[in-house]
Design a protein around this ligand. Structure first.
Ligand code: KG4
Ligand code: ZN
Length: 338
């Protein structure tokens, strides 16, 4: 049953066609306009979705060598995300499903990220732990089964990607900051500056134990460090600051996952979300996997950042259980994973 999925929750206009195990098309139009402002401007994002969604869907269908009538189901991200952006995708998907007379399904964007390691068949099988690290979220999830999620911890302030973006700004790098910080960090010394490790808030004594994160202290430490430097010193130390910040953030993630894995000794751990593109982070988790005896999974970079293929995969699972959404489906910007 060929399925068309649409993702417009933030600043990526994306569509994909999935047919059984085969991803027939996957299109992502990144909105460059936000680079001018150093972050996503919600009003500009929704306008860009309006302009781009139809051409993106047309391109996706052409890539899949299909016409709209070949599509047998429509899936769309309905939250969490920016309300104006979600409205564009949800309205379009509802109209299309109605016109084609095919079922509609609203997908939780966060659950989509959980499926991003499973777009191809070699992904982890539940139960496994998934660390979802994106621009908006940092959540450690115990995937008991598909559709059954236990939140073990989450950030109490900034998301991991947000910390990368803010530190990039402090260092005068372009948005989105993650790739820029990673590139600069590769040329720096991660031991040069002893930034306070992003504070762990693991509460092993609570029942069930919590494995929360906090990154705002680390970001502020970078800000105060940089403020004390003269322009020439900053230029000289920029790579070391990027590398030391990145290391402190990775250490916090690794330590928390290690603690969680001791409590939930599953066979597989997955990384998902834009920050999972980071190679230093992947290497640190590969090493943790070797130490603790779990298999580490991470998506291909194109499936780490926002895309519609992961939405299609999540929808395929729910469609197979008979789930459908009514045409009254409404965007839910604060949707949680449950
Ligand atoms: O998953 P995503 O595309 O969007 C959300 O749903 O939030 O993640 C985007 C985030 C941004 O904060 C970006 O800076 C970060 O992922 N990111 C990275 C890397 N590539 C993207 N962070 C660190 N290293 C990277 N290579
Ligand atoms: Zn995302």
């Amino acid at each position: 049953m060929p399925l068309l999925a649409i993702e417009t929750s933030c600043d990526e206009t994306a569509a994909a066609v999935l047919h059984g195990q085969q991803l027939l098309a996957n299109t992502i139009a990144t909105q460059e306009i936000h680079q001018l402002y150093g972050g996503v401007v919600p009003e500009l994002a929704s306008r860009a979705h309006v302009q781009r969604l139809v051409p993106v869907v047309q391109r996706t269908l052409a890539q899949a060598q299909m016409t709209p009538n070949d599509i047998k189901a429509v899936a769309v991200t309905y939250g969490p995300g920016l309300i104006g952006s979600l409205v564009v995708g949800v309205s379009f998907a509802k109209g299309l499903a109605l016109q084609l007379g095919v079922p509609l399904l609203g997908v939780n964007h966060l659950e989509g990220h959980l499926f991003s390691t499973n777009i191809h068949p070699e992904g982890p099988a539940p139960p496994f732990l998934s660390l979802l690290i994106s621009g908006g979220h940092t959540i450690l999830i115990h995937v008991r089964a598909w559709g059954q999620y236990e939140i073990l911890g989450q950030t109490q302030d900034d998301a991991a990607g947000e910390a990368f973006d803010k530190v990039a700004k402090i260092l005068g790098l372009a948005y989105p900051g993650g790739p820029a910080v990673e590139k600069l960090a590769a040329t720096g010394n991660a031991q040069a500056i002893d930034f306070p490790q992003a504070r762990l808030k693991s509460a092993m004594s609570t029942a069930p134990p919590r494995f929360d994160f906090s990154f705002s202290g680390l970001k502020t430490a970078v800000l105060y460090y940089v403020r004390k430097l003269a322009a020439a010193e900053l230029e000289q130390q920029q790579a070391d600051i990027a590398a030391s910040f990145q290391q402190a953030l990775i250490n916090a993630l690794v330590e928390n996952v290690a603690l969680a894995h001791a409590q939930y000794p599953v066979r597989a751990v997955a990384l998902a979300g834009g920050v999972a593109c980071n190679r230093a982070l992947r290497q640190a988790f590969v090493r943790l996997g070797e130490k603790r005896g779990f298999q580490l999974h991470f998506p291909e970079p194109i499936f780490c950042t926002d895309n519609a293929a992961m939405i299609a995969r999540a929808a395929q699972f729910h469609f197979s259980t008979g789930k459908r959404s009514a045409l009254t489906l409404a965007p839910d910007p604060g949707l949680v994973l449950s």
